[in-house]
Design a protein around this ligand. Structure first.
Ligand code: NAI
Ligand code: MG
Length: 356
């Protein structure tokens, strides 16, 4: 079995707190699988680095990361640095430079976890969001003209390419076939208002759907989709949407499964020409930073997604199994789930369950 070269960027806020726990689980996986090992290289990039150097990462940052098998990322964001600087300085360049066009965000209501939605039981939320990750509303295309004057003019352009749109939609259908649960793909747009990009997306959705006649399809406007995530989450299986819409939907999906601290995310370069990146869906979580109570399970589940991507399917399943047991037993859980354990105690519990 191989030695995987991993780039680790803990980043800001609770990022370092949850990443160190994710690494604990990786160490345990390596410890119980002779021949399987991980060589982790830490990159101290993020907001502190920005304060020192004026950049979130060095000029050759992408080149430094390129030689790794995968990237494990915490979060970026700082109360004193505007969010568009942090996001566009580190996270978005990685997603674009490594052509990580397919972002996968599963949301599952685990046994033992209470949803804020009344009457929902384990498994009632069991959906996977496919987020276009390299273009759409997040493309840095636009500008400001006559700033600070009464004539100030601001243009922000959405970018939809056939390659990017078709790639994410096809990935969603292929995954839906493999997953073989409700065999349904929902596409989310706002074509009534955005008559170019989103109408194009709907057309591509119909084209790709025609290749998968066994899969039921549905196309929803984003406002309606937000409503249905709350009232009928059990109706969803695989959901595919643009960069912005899928981002918003992922926070709803996470919170209806009990906590932001449970939702993992994989940023995949499907062609495997570049490293893929694995991270929790949540951000820097300033309100709980430094308290030692951030839920590490989103990161640990992201580690499982990384193992799966690397081809270590059995190890990935074991980590998923340990997360599920930890939640079901409810003995060692963080305050967001109603417990009083620390970040580190939860990861220790996952490690203990892995060894059982
Ligand atoms: P957030 O995801 O950081 O926090 C939202 C809420 O979820 C907060 O109440 C927080 O305490 C809770 N939460 C988040 N992670 C948790 C965990 N592991 N355990 C328990 N509770 C958890 O989103 P917010 O507040 O909008 O953003 C804060 C900063 O993070 C901003 O600077 C933002 O730009 C950045 N951000 C970065 C992201 C990334 O690096 N991928 C993603 C989202 C936000
Ligand atoms: Mg988000």
């Amino acid at each position: 079995m191989p030695d995987y070269k991993l780039a680790v960027i803990a980043g800001d806020g609770v990022g370092p707190e949850v990443i160190s726990e994710g690494r604990k689980v990786l160490d345990a996986v390596a410890g119980s699988n002779p021949g399987l090992s991980f060589t982790c290289t830490e990159f101290p990039w993020g907001s502190d680095y920005y304060r020192e150097t004026g950049n979130l990462m060095p000029d050759d940052g992408i080149e430094q990361l390129a030689a790794h098998d995968a990237i494990l990322f915490g979060a970026v964001g700082d109360p004193n640095i505007p969010d568009h600087i942090t996001l566009h300085g580190l996270l978005l360049p990685m997603r674009r430079s490594f052509d990580q066009g397919v972002c996968i965000r599963p949301a599952y209501l685990y046994p033992g976890v209470k949803s804020p939605l009344a009457g929902k039981k384990a498994g009632d939320v069991d959906l996977v969001i496919f987020r276009e990750n390299t273009e759409g509303e997040y493309a840095p295309i636009g500008g400001r003209l006559y700033p600070g004057t009464a004539h100030e003019t601001v243009i922000q352009t959405n970018v939809f390419t056939r390659r990017g749109t078709e790639r994410i939609i096809r990935a969603a259908f292929e995954y839906c076939v493999r997953r073989n649960k409700k065999n349904k793909v929902t596409s989310v747009t706002k074509s009534n208002a955005q008559a170019f990009g989103m109408v194009f997306w709907d057309e591509v959705f119909r084209e790709v759907a025609a290749e998968f006649p066994s899969i039921e399809t549905e196309s929803l406007l984003v406002d309606r989709a937000c409503m249905d995530f709350v009232r009928w989450p059990e109706e969803f299986d695989v959901v595919v949407a643009s960069n912005l819409f899928a981002d918003i939907l992922s926070d709803i999906a996470a919170v209806i499964t009990g906590s932001m601290g449970l939702a993992p995310s994989a940023n995949i370069n499907p062609e495997r020409r570049h490293p893929s990146m694995f991270e929790p869906v949540h951000g820097a979580a300033f309100d709980i930073t430094g308290k030692g109570i951030a839920n590490p399970l989103a990161t640990i589940s992201a580690v499982a997604m990384m193992l799966d991507h690397l081809g270590e399917h059995e190890a990935a399943q074991k980590v998923d199994g340990a997360v599920a047991r930890c939640l079901n037993e409810r003995k060692v859980i963080t305050p967001d789930l109603g417990g009083n354990a620390t970040t580190s105690q939860v990861a220790d519990e996952v490690v203990r369950l892995l060894a059982e």
